[in-house]
Ligand binder design. Sequence first.
Ligand SMILES: Cc1ncc(COP(=O)(O)O)c(C=O)c1O
Length: 356
Amino acid sequence: MIPIASPSIGEEEIKVVKEVLSSGMLAQGEKVREFENNFANYIGTKYAVATSSGTSALHLALLSLGIGPKDEVITTPFSFISTANSILFCGAKPIFADIDPKTFNISPEEIKKKITSKTKAIIPVHLYGQPAEMDEIMGIAEENGLKVLEDSAQAHGAEYKGKKVGSIGDCSAFSFYATKNMVTGEGGMVTTNNKKIAEKIKKLRDHGRTKNYEHDELGFNLRMTDIQAAIGIEQLRKLDEFNKKRRKNAEFLTKNLDGLVKTPFISKGVKHVFHQYTIKTKNRNKLLKKLHKNKIGAKVYYSKPIHKQPLYKKMGYNDNLPVSETISKKVLSLPVHPKLKKHDLEKIVKTIGGQL
Ligand SMILES: Cc1ncc(COP(=O)(O)O)c(C=O)c1O
């Protein structure tokens, strides 16, 4: 089977995990601080705060922006459910704005239509590794006094007009889940240039602790461990190399599949890091069956937009978001990860009907 995702773990990660295990410090310690410093340097922000997952990074980021009950937060319905659920965790209401059919990212024009007096923030998602339209989104936020939280869970190292994603909004959340462009197993990070946001998240991830066993607000245990951080430090060193391979694999697929299926559109001025290589095809089920029969692990992200999920339907959502609803029936992601060999890529192309 050619898997849709496969973490690239080398001797380096194994060595540092052994070192941490022998050190006696298994919880949040020096390695977490080192990973945070290195990640902030890489993204180009003053601060980075590590958390237990991408979901907890989103949750704590929203709390640090002051989002709470009665607030509305605008986001995309075409993402992993975590993006919208993090808004619910704060007691606030997710408001869905439809997407652009070419980039699959939230449409700035649709955001404008959804702003009310209750809107407090926007969460654009850099879906599949392609940056959202950040200039337009930051402009809308500024005009309307809104905060922007970038969901960069799928876009480590992606760039928008020369800036790394995660350095543009008020803050940004990353995930290091096992399938991501860099991994720690489970894990997350918030990046920001705002000291208050960084300090608030550090406190909230640690039971609202001010000093030794003194707590002045209700927090959580959403910390990262030194074991995860040690893996993250090594993965970050390799991230540019991983992304280079993903981009090269994507280039090969596009060169050989263009015309047969709708290959990924790349916006002007962005560096797409291909967390997913996602095509559009009318005969999705037929193609999916053929790929699986040939042991190619193609997958659909996401077959149901968030507002159509049973949880959201139960809450009374019945939005009409035609682009997301149509796109969710057409998209299909093909393996693009850095461990693919030339013969794997050739097999994918041939199975879809490409000539090499
Ligand atoms: C767009 C997006 N947002 C948020 C998350 C949540 O991250 P995690 O699984 O680390 O909680 C993920 C990944 O799973 C994601 O793809």
